[in-house]
Ligand binder design. Sequence first.
Ligand code: FAD
Length: 340
Amino acid sequence: MDLIPLLAELGVFGSTLPQKYGCAALNNIAYGLIMQELERGDSGVRSFASVQSALVMYPIFTFGSEDQRNYWLPKLASGKKIGCFGLTEPDFGSNPGGMITRAEKVDGGYVLNGAKMWITNGTIADVSVVWAKLDGVVHGFLVEKAFKGFSAPETKNKHSLRASVTSELILDNVFVPESHLLPNTSGLKSPLMCLSQARYGIAWGVIGSMVVAYTTALNYAKSRIQFSKPIAAFQLTQAKLVHMITEITKAQLLVLQLGRLKDQGKARFTQISLAKRNNCEIALDLCRISREILGANGILDEYPVMRHAANLESVKTYEGTHEMHTLIIGEDITGFPAFE
Ligand SMILES: Cc1cc2nc3c(=O)[nH]c(=O)nc-3n(C[C@H](O)[C@H](O)[C@H](O)COP(=O)(O)OP(=O)(O)OC[C@H]3O[C@@H](n4cnc5c(N)ncnc54)[C@H](O)[C@@H]3O)c2cc1C
């Protein structure tokens, strides 16, 4: 929590959005580099910034009214308010279109009922962007923490993303005023557009974890002596280090080009899936190789590698699992949807 005002001061939150809302108006490559550097520290810190920016500020900016933008965006940019994004449900993860959470129209607003699960920032959020079906169509609602019938218990005992709060959202007859419906959404496509934003940031972010895995292994290999030589002097170790730096370079070039396309409005969601899928998988591979180079020391929390590896297990799963991105790309190149 103590990092939030510092990150806000640096302009991290909603950094690609316009200055009139208190944001930094950066391009997508600068945004990506921010994600990379935050995740070099910890994926949990990057997750906080990703959710605040791509899953809360982006939908308010894209689907919200001017009143909603003016009210929420400066508060979220300055970190005075925290947000979360509630799409996943206990029984609907990879298939969010099946969601059970419902909104019913009543005088002056809506009544929401349902439950969301695995929600980053949920317990600490002042506002939740909750996706619910109204007459069978998915809509976005801004649910404030104080609304009666709303609660957000924290999910405990995680082995992954321990620096990030994960929660359930419970909506028990929650009255949401008309002013809190996002007016410009268009069904399930709208939350999926938010996920594309977040996936783009993840594809950059995980490179931060790769860099930590690589630099930790390189430094260790240069100083660890076995058979009277630094282990970095053995060809097998060098092959591992060369593989790591090659994969980091490829991952960076992939997102650099994706960022250029995104700045031109030409990035397709399938290209974002390709980058998210590849970079998460490679980041996990590189953590494992780094841990190998560290030998037994690699399992200690004195070194950051296992923490990053454990974090990446979540990052590989959230915002669309590795398998779902495989199916998205598979459909794009073959024309055959293989989801069902
Ligand atoms: C730490 C963390 C934070 C998260 N934060 C958020 C958040 O802020 N907001 C939010 O809405 N959600 C969040 N999520 C939820 C995340 O997006 C889901 O976990 C993810 O979409 C997968 O859903 P699931 O866990 O229900 O897995 P399931 O959908 O049950 O999938 C289980 C396995 O089956 C595979 N599978 C499913 N369908 C198919 C298929 N058709 N073909 C082949 N394989 C298939 C999956 O790939 C996976 O391997 C978070 C998750 C974690 C772990």
